[in-house]
Design a binder for this molecule. Structure first.
Ligand code: FES
Length: 180
């Protein structure tokens, strides 16, 4: 199975759980994440396949989408909408771009030709990741040095033990939109 960024793998699993066609998902990925992914690659993640073929980090998500995502959380999901938060010109490679969305500050970073979005508040003691330091795959909190994975929001180094909230994201023309 090809290696894809976790954000894209997660998107594929979610969309397949919603019974979208692989070809449609592949087109979505190309428009939302600016990345070439074909229907055959998407098919490799199909929920009806034995879970053992999924990368280990996706097995829990697979269960989640099968058991929960299609059920109780559907209504909540329907209430959420994509809102434009920045233009692609504003989010440059290697820089941290922060925007206020509703009552949260959201961090936007460029990722491998696409983008990632997550809450700015560090889950350790609330340090601002807007003032953090970027490396290839992580952002480091300025207060006590916790690191978070840019794609998943999961802690990559202590003292934080909880993930920062991440946002579904898409690019429409030159607008970056996050789902809130
Ligand atoms: S507040 Fe971020 S590491 Fe402590």
């Amino acid at each position: 199975m090809p290696t894809l960024p976790f954000q894209i793998e997660r998107y594929i699993v979610k969309q397949l759980a919603c019974e979208e066609e692989p070809a449609t998902i592949a087109e979505d990925i190309q428009s939302k994440f600016l990345r070439e992914v074909d229907a055959k690659t998407v098919q490799a993640y199909a929920p009806e396949r034995d879970e053992e073929v999924l990368p280990p980090e996706l097995r829990d998500l697979h269960q989640y989408t099968r058991n929960e995502y299609l059920g109780e959380e559907d209504e909540e999901e329907e209430d959420r909408t994509f809102v434009s938060v920045a233009t692609t010109d504003e989010v440059k490679e290697g820089t941290i771009h922060c925007v206020d969305v509703n009552e949260n500050t959201v961090v936007l970073v460029e990722r491998d030709g696409g983008y990632a979005a997550f809450d700015s508040r560090c889950t350790h003691q609330g340090g601002s990741l807007c003032d953090g330091e970027l490396s290839d795959d992580t952002i480091t909190c300025p207060l006590h040095g916790a690191e978070f994975d840019l794609d998943t929001g999961e802690p990559a180094a202590p003292p934080a033990v909880e993930a920062v909230n991440t946002y579904d994201l898409r690019v429409e023309n030159d607008d970056i939109e996050v789902k809130v």
